[in-house]
Design a protein around this ligand. Structure first.
Ligand SMILES: *Cc1c(COP(=O)(O)O)cnc(C)c1O
Length: 376
């Protein structure tokens, strides 16, 4: 069976062959424990430290502020639970947006169920938060403001620098879920006043199961995983091969950021130009990672996905695909549930070709035209 065309970069991205090459030695012969005090350990440890430096450099952070984790889900959990339960923490409120990833929203809701206070700020039709709305939600009881860098469903980018200033203005800690932004758009933890930031490898052509948490020096958070204390508050033997992959993916992302962005923008404009049916783009087009298009088709209120077997794409997030519920992000933009369920999320980038984009547009045109003709 031929595989459907992969245009689901928002769910995960293809492994870059150069990343695979960087991982193999550490998954086979270089099996030493990076925490061991002998040459097998020292060599693995040196690779881990090179990866830490590559990540830190990309976001203007000191290497020692980067701790490795199993991915952005763990980093989000650690940042939010760790800060709210930190020794001496006197503030109880979390402020976040309605369009955040479930690993942020559900962590915050869990904490609210055991005594924290939670404010979920709505977004406008564009997917962007009104900074006045956000400011009104802030006060001296706010421990944490959590806002993502690039939305995983609609690609929109909030104004992180402005939000960081607002958070610091009330003495709150600013956390950014940068799973979809790290390595794809410029992020500077100093210029954006970011105190905690979640990173993952598999959205930037790295392996699944590895990520990191940036912690501004002197930001105290309790561990999620207690034990041997390997990563200064995150216990567990570090997976050298996965970390080598994350480091290489970050290094490549740094050198290719402008080229990858231009390529994604070219593909997006090509796809939009080739669509020959009435279409609505969900979320602002101008403040957006160009490798995301989230589309609705006026007059189409049935799950269109089922009629596109040749495309590996999604409706909403990969997580929503499991539950069958309408996307909380699209409903937060004001879309009716049926329209949200009929939407398509396309994700593309470094390894996507213009021919693939043309083929996708043709298949979408045919499916929408067929549906509209049946209705008429
Ligand atoms: C993918 C993603 C996550 C989860 O990352 P994992 O490394 O798969 O745990 C969290 N937040 C956003 C915005 C994502 O896109």
């Amino acid at each position: 069976m031929t595989m459907p065309l992969y245009l689901d970069y928002g769910a995960t991205t293809p492994l870059d062959p150069a990343v695979a090459d960087a991982m193999i030695p550490w998954g086979v012969d270089g099996f030493g424990n990076p925490h061991s005090a002998h040459l097998w350990g020292y060599k693995a440890k040196a690779t881990v430290e090179l990866a830490r430096e590559a990540i830190a450099r990309l976001v203007n952070a000191p290497p020692e502020s980067i701790a490795f984790t199993s991915g952005a889900t763990e980093s989000n959990n650690w940042a939010i639970k760790g800060l709210l339960t930190a020794p001496g923490q006197t503030r109880r409120r979390i402020v976040t947006l309605a369009t955040e990833h479930s690993s942020v929203l559900e962590t915050a809701q869990y904490l609210a169920s055991i005594g924290a206070l939670l404010t979920i700020v709505p977004v406008r039709e564009t997917g962007l938060v009104d900074l006045g709305d956000l400011e009104r939600a802030l006060g001296e009881d706010v421990a944490l403001v959590s806002v993502m860098a690039v939305n995983n469903e609609i690609g929109v980018m909030q104004d992180l620098a402005a939000i960081g200033r607002l958070a610091h203005g009330v003495g709150a800690v600013f956390h950014v879920d940068a799973a979809q932004g790290f390595g794809k758009v410029p992020i500077d933890v100093e210029a954006m006043a970011i105190d905690l930031m979640s990173i993952t490898a598999h959205k930037i052509h790295g392996p699944k199961g590895v990520g990191a948490l940036y912690r501004r020096p002197f930001t105290v958070i309790t561990p999620l995983l207690h034990g041997g204390g390997q990563e200064d508050g995150r216990s567990g033997t570090l997976p050298t091969a996965l970390i080598a992959g994350l480091g290489e993916a970050a290094h490549i992302a740094g050198t290719r950021m402008a080229a990858d962005h231009a390529h994604a923008l070219m593909l997006r404009n090509r796809l939009l130009a080739r669509l020959a049916v009435p279409v609505q783009v969900n979320g602002a087009l101008d403040r957006r990672w160009p490798g995301n298009l989230n589309l609705s088709f006026p007059g189409v209120a049935v799950p269109l996905l089922k009629q596109l077997p040749g495309l590996a794409i999604s409706s909403g997030s990969a997580c929503a695909a499991l539950t069958g519920r309408a996307s909380h992000v699209l409903t937060a933009l004001g879309l009716p549930e049926a329209t949200a369920k009929a939407s398509l999320r396309l994700g593309f980038g470094r390894f996507t070709t213009a021919d693939e984009i043309d083929a996708a547009a043709d298949q979408i045109n045919a499916a929408v035209q067929r549906h509209l003709a049946e209705r008429a």
